[in-house]
Ligand binder design. Structure first.
Ligand code: GLC
Length: 684
């Protein structure tokens, strides 16, 4: 059950697509305090209450104890003290005596003070007065999340090839350099499915152009890579270089499709290309105009895109820079003290203001800060709708940096410019269930870390965690190259990446289940073992589907880690083609984890379908499946979801796999299933 409460006249975000009548009862979960400019919803917290949610954000799985702000921000450090990252995911779940969820559907700044100001109080502060609040109930936490997810609609379905390993770097300066990267993979039989193109492929960072000098014959380059089973995925930046003679700029100006300033002139900021206009994605026509430009690439055979800088990121506004220059010139001969210096520094750091920008939504002029959190969402929504017009049934790869709940129907996200820090490896693990609650299933982080120089061991451990994550992309922008072949233990990386391809039938199946059943792919342990009071404390292990538990190593120089087993489990260590297993008893246990190991734990009575590894998803032999079992009295079973991996309309098929006394059975003649008998435990 979901109750919808409406305050004032909310801006329609289209986050929720199920219809609910407005509830006029009093909200019983919170006390409400209205001030002249805000609403505050407060609730006492019991000692053991946990708060889950908030999607992409800093801190732990349990969000309690910190103050968060939903205000999409281009934040390149992601420290513990950050309050907002690139997204605004306003769903939280109170895990208390009568659990419930809350979705705050508000496109402006919202503060979630979850026990920060007062340790035993949660407060949600809405800084404007027009919004909707949904209170979501259910039989248990899983049910609450499902009810919410049904209300916000099915998550984006990514193509199967985008579950392959993907390589990226801000700094591949030419098509020849890209060829060299791919060559390393292919010559060494390290699997790869996609190579990402960052700013350099464009002509001077102008969107929907290519750099003729360094990336000549772009369409041929695309097909040459495709012949090697490598898809090229170009970056699409949100803003458009403001320049006479550049077609996109001229067209957008003429059609009035760019955001305006207060006086109705095109607003000019500065991003990578220099002075830029900002397409008004909240204006459907403008969004569709921009999206139609993706055809420039789809005509060349491009099948995937990453939308970036769409918070929107603005380095400075032209007007504010000019005002500052005038101020400095005027003060040339006046004294300048320390206070003036710090004021100036502050101004230079924040040389833009979202209040300068205006949208045209169905003829109504709306100031950007009131709808700020919807910009990246609408860029990606437009792209998805546009791509659907180009090829209606095709699954394109599409993911975005900024997002709001609702965007999960149109694309995935990556977690932006993280750091090559061990703490960010853990933070990513902790973000996974929160993202899933908010509908974002096709997600990933920059493996190895985007900023700061990585280390070989951090890259290995991060790759090992990402084996389980839908979007498995290594990307960075700092001096130290972090493709696997730049390190000493190349074979260790190879083992890990091969393990990913072996595990794909399980990973993809669990992804499909989460999409089609409105479920979470990654769950906190408390969602699966509600009667175990200890698991609510576990912040560094997750369930992947109902059958396996993951527990990555996330500290430097660690040869292994402590793991908590909520029940007897089978420990599985994968090393590419090799597998080791050991049955472990419930409780705390220390396990060693070599650097080339992908570690997970299976529940009893279950099995994991595996492929033989291959160098790309296209080379996988998908009808030959090997199963790894942890039987219960000789039996194990698994329902494997699969589909064509290419079209949107295809319904998932379900392969029932059953192992009984070392023999495997399934409900389809299309598959050949073999039991990995040498690893069978507990069978006789
Ligand atoms: C932003 C993106 C990053 C990209 C860079 C250059 O920082 O988050 O992934 O490499 O811009 O385009």
């Amino acid at each position: 059950m979901i109750k919808k409460y409406v305050f004032g006249k909310p801006f329609e975000t289209n986050a929720v697509i199920e219809n609910f009548d407005e509830c006029k009862d009093k909200i019983k979960e919170f006390s409400i305090n209205e001030t002249s400019s805000s609403f505050e919803f407060a609730r006492q917290l019991d000692d053991d209450d946990i708060i889950y949610g908030l999607g992409e954000n800093v801190r732990g799985i349990n969000k309690r104890g910190w103050i968060y702000e939903s205000y999409a921000t281009d934040e390149g450090r992601h420290t513990e003290t950050a309050k907002s990252l690139y997204a605004a995911h306003n769903f939280i779940l109170f895990y208390c005596s009568s659990p419930f969820g809350v979705f705050v559907d508000a496109p402006f700044k919202v503060t979630f003070d979850l026990g920060y100001s007062k340790m035993d109080e949660a407060k949600i502060i809405l800084h404007e007065k027009n919004f909707k609040i949904y209170i979501i109930y259910g039989e248990n936490v899983n049910d609450i999340v499902k009810n919410f997810r049904k209300a916000i609609g099915k998550s984006y379905l990514a193509p199967f090839w985008s579950f392959g390993y993907m390589q990226s770097r801000w700094g591949y300066k030419s098509s020849d350099e890209c060829r060299q990267v791919v060559k390393q993979f292919r010559e060494n039989d390290v699997p790869i499915d996609a190579l990402f193109l960052d700013l350099d492929y464009m002509n001077g960072c102008r969107v929907f152009t290519t750099n003729e000098k360094d990336f000549p014959d772009f369409p041929e380059f695309v097909s040459e890579m495709r012949q090697q089973d490598v898809r090229l995925v170009p970056i699409i930046d949100a803003a458009v270089k403001a320049e006479k003679g550049y077609e996109i700029s001229d067209e957008g100006e003429k059609l009035g499709y760019f955001c305006k300033d207060e006086n109705g002139n095109d607003y000019v900021g500065c991003v990578w290309p220099g002075y830029t206009y900002f397409p008004d994605y909240l204006n459907t026509e403008a969004g569709q105009w921009f999206a139609s430009k993706y055809q420039y690439f789809t005509d060349m055979g491009i099948e995937g895109f990453w939308n970036d800088m769409n918070e929107p990121a603005i380095f400075f506004s032209k007007k504010m820079l000019e005002d500052l220059q005038t101020e400095i010139a005027e003060r040339k001969d006046s004294p300048f003290d320390a206070g003036d210096y710090f004021n100036l520094r502050q101004k230079v750091n924040f040389l833009w203001d979202y209040k300068e920008i205006y949208h045209n939504v169905n003829g109504e002029k709306i100031r950007h800060d009131h709808v700020h959190n919807l910009y990246g969402y609408n860029m990606t929504k437009s792209a998805s709708v546009g791509l659907e017009k180009i090829e209606p049934d095709k699954r394109f790869l599409l993911f975005s940096r900024s997002s709001y709940i609702g965007m999960h129907r149109y694309g995935g996200i990556w977690t932006g410019d993280n750091q090559a820090w061990w703490s960010h490896l853990l933070m990513f693990l902790q973000q996974l269930p929160s993202l899933n609650m908010c509908g974002f299933l096709y997600v990933g982080s920059d493996i190895g870390g985007f900023n700061s120089n990585t280390t070989e061991d951090l890259s290995l451990r991060w790759t090992a965690l990402s084996v389980f994550v839908p979007l498995m992309r290594n990307h960075n922008g700092t001096e130290r190259p972090q493709e696997w072949y730049n390190f000493i233990h190349k074979d260790w990386f190879k083992d890990i990446i091969k393990s990913r391809y072996r595990l794909l039938p399980y990973i993809y199946s669990e992804y499909l289940k989460a999409v089609h059943n409105y479920d979470m792919m990654f769950k906190p342990l408390s969602f699966v073992f509600p009667d175990d009071s200890y698991v609510t404390q576990v912040e560094d292990q997750l369930m992947l589907g109902e059958n396996i538990m993951i527990a990555p190593v996330y500290t430097q120089n660690a040869k292994g880690r402590f793991v908590y087993l909520p029940e007897d489990m089978l420990m599985v260590k994968m090393f590419g083609d090799q597998i080791e297993t050991e049955e472990l008893d419930k409780g705390n246990v220390y396990v060693t984890v070599p650097y080339n190991c992908v570690l997970f734990f299976m529940r009893k009575g279950t099995l994991i379908p595996l492929y033989d590894s291959a160098v790309s998803t296209e080379k996988l032999i998908k009808n030959k499946i090997k199963v790894l079992c942890f039987t219960d009295e000789g039996d194990a079973e698994y329902e494997m979801y699969y589909d064509d991996g290419k079209t949107k309309s295809c319904e998932p098929k379900k392969l029932e796999i059953l192992v009984e006394n070392e023999s495997a059975y399934c409900n389809s003649n299309d598959f050949q299933i073999t039991v990995l008998a040498e690893y069978m435990n507990n069978i006789f």
